[in-house]
Design a protein around this ligand. Structure first.
Ligand SMILES: [Zn+2]
Length: 513
């Protein structure tokens, strides 16, 4: 096994019985020693001017195609990428002489950076504004007034606050579900050092929209997004990508859907859309667009479904529609907390069985309150086991096992955001996005099975350090690029002012004295 990423390195780091008998040259040097010194020269040449970091003595869960887990693994980071990965002893032998920094992780766990594929960063200032209310009050009475009164500065502060929680739960990359001020989001993502696919919430139809939104034409919707793409796509050292956003079918004309499809295809980027969230949505599509089932059937009919579509929630779909999604290569973001609170059981097992790439998202703060992808892993495993009773009348504790859930927040997440060539697993030449987990804490001790412990026991408190694009963005639970207390103060103030502007009044509960 060669752990060096260099194409010029032809030697193996392992020796053993299969090695040929060692031949001594006139100077008493064996062929193996010659190969090793040759390799060291290659590595020394490559090391010139570089700043290599070695992390070693860790349980490295790679999530690579072979599902390799190194009990005592090490990794070499060169600038923003992974240069080598393997057993700690091999990594230290080959690279320690030239590394600028060697970090002993003391048997902590190293995971790929986690990926949250559906989060409304702009809704973080609205946490708690719509708890325990019906869906129409949630949307028309709280969320739309809140979002339509946001300024770009509000969006910046909201994204900072949301991202603090994302990073604390081990997230290095997220897909924005769509807010109003992509420039505010981009500023926050750039500052924090995260990776993100940002999108604008786009609507050109529907009833009950706030006054400032109803005037947008289909052409304006497309044009505005193209401008955002030109301004922000591939910025922040390549960490920011801009996607097209469709809020949902009830607020989109077919023309908007098809022009979004064509524009995204032309710019080689993705589309993020809420799909089949509630039975009412399917009924409205059947009534107004003459589809014989619901949203997915209609999207198939107009040839909207394609492999760059990230469909959020996708709860109310039948088996035929699951087939449509699978054939088109559509990705699905499952948000278990929000689904249980507002939408219903999504047929996740059926989608995975049909070969659909399913990942996990938190949704926004007014739908979930917690923006911890660690909590979503736990909930996804439980909800989809519990659903077996609801769907089939039998319990099935084997449904959605831990390794599948772990794939959903890593490599499936990367495929969902169309970034799996660079992130989603710890592999040579991929970006150095990773999370250090401290398992020696009451939440996880004792550990008999690392993989199940990561899904069933791990909590946000176990996440200690986070690296994105080769840079630490959180170390020893401290976010490095911002002052958390400052953001919390800014967020409290911005949220109060925004609710006042929007005229949102939260009814009092219980007997507050
Ligand atoms: Zn959403």
């Amino acid at each position: 096994m060669c752990i060096c990423s260099s194409a010029s390195c032809t030697s193996s780091t392992t020796t053993g019985p299969s090695q040929p008998t060692q031949q001594l040259d006139s100077g008493g040097t064996t062929q193996t020693e010659k190969r090793h010194s040759q390799r060291e020269r290659v590595i020394m040449e490559e090391a010139k001017g570089n700043s290599w970091i070695i992390l070693h003595n860790a349980v490295v869960v790679t999530m690579d195609p072979q599902s390799r887990v190194f009990r005592n693994g090490g990794i070499v980071i060169e600038h923003d990428s992974i240069k080598a990965i393997g057993q700690s002893s091999d990594i230290l032998r080959d690279f320690s002489a030239l590394a600028h920094q060697i970090i002993d992780l003391n048997s902590q766990i190293l995971l790929p950076g986690l990926i949250n594929t559906h989060v409304h960063t702009s809704q973080q200032l609205g946490r708690g504004i719509a708890d325990d209310v019906d869906l129409m009050t949630w949307l028309h009475g709280r969320i739309w007034p809140y979002e339509s009164n946001m300024t770009e500065e509000d969006s910046y502060v909201s994204t900072l606050l949301c991202a603090i929680e994302l990073v604390h739960s081990g997230v290095t990359c997220f897909a924005e579900a769509g807010g109003q001020h992509v420039s505010g989001m981009a500023r926050a993502v750039e500052l924090l050092g995260l990776r993100a696919c940002l999108a604008q919430s786009t609507m050109d139809a529907g009833e009950g929209l706030p006054a400032s939104w109803v005037t947008r034409t289909t052409d304006e919707c497309i044009q505005l997004q193209k401008e955002l793409y030109n301004k922000h796509h591939n910025t922040a050292d390549g960490r920011i990508r801009v996607w097209f956003g469709i809020r949902q079918i009830m607020n989109s004309t077919d023309r908007l859907l098809l022009e979004t499809r064509d524009a995204a295809r032309q710019l080689k980027t993705g589309i993020h859309m809420h799909v089949a969230e509630i039975p009412y949505e399917n009924q409205l599509v059947m009534d107004t667009r003459k589809a014989n089932h619901g949203t997915v059937t209609h999207l198939e009919k107009i040839e909207f479904l394609q492999n760059n579509l990230l469909a959020a929630h996708t709860v109310w779909v039948n088996n035929t529609e699951i087939g449509f999604l699978s054939r088109a290569g559509v990705k699905v973001s499952h948000c278990p907390a929000a689904a249980m609170r507002m939408l219903g059981f999504a047929p996740i097992r059926e989608m995975l069985d049909a070969g659909i790439c399913v990942s996990l998202g938190t949704d926004g703060a007014p739908s979930n309150n917690r923006m911890s992808i660690v909590d979503e892993m736990y909930l996804a495993s439980l909800i989809n086991k519990g659903r077996e009773v609801f769907a089939n009348g039998n319990t099935d504790p084997t449904a959605l096992p831990a390794e599948k859930v772990l794939r959903m927040v890593t490599i499936n997440g990367a495929k969902s955001v169309l970034w799996d060539d660079e992130v989603g697993s710890l592999e040579v030449r991929k970006k150095a996005d990773m999370v250090v987990i401290n398992p020696s804490f009451w939440t996880m001790v004792p550990i008999h099975d690392w993989i199940s412990s990561l899904v069933y026991c791990m909590r946000t408190e176990n996440v200690v350090s986070v690296m994105c694009n080769g840079q630490w963005i959180m170390k020893d639970k401290k976010i490095l690029n911002i002052n958390e207390e400052d953001v919390i103060l800014m967020a409290q103030q911005a949220s109060s002012e925004l609710l006042k502007r929007a005229g949102i009044i939260i009814p009092k509960r219980m007997n507050i004295l």
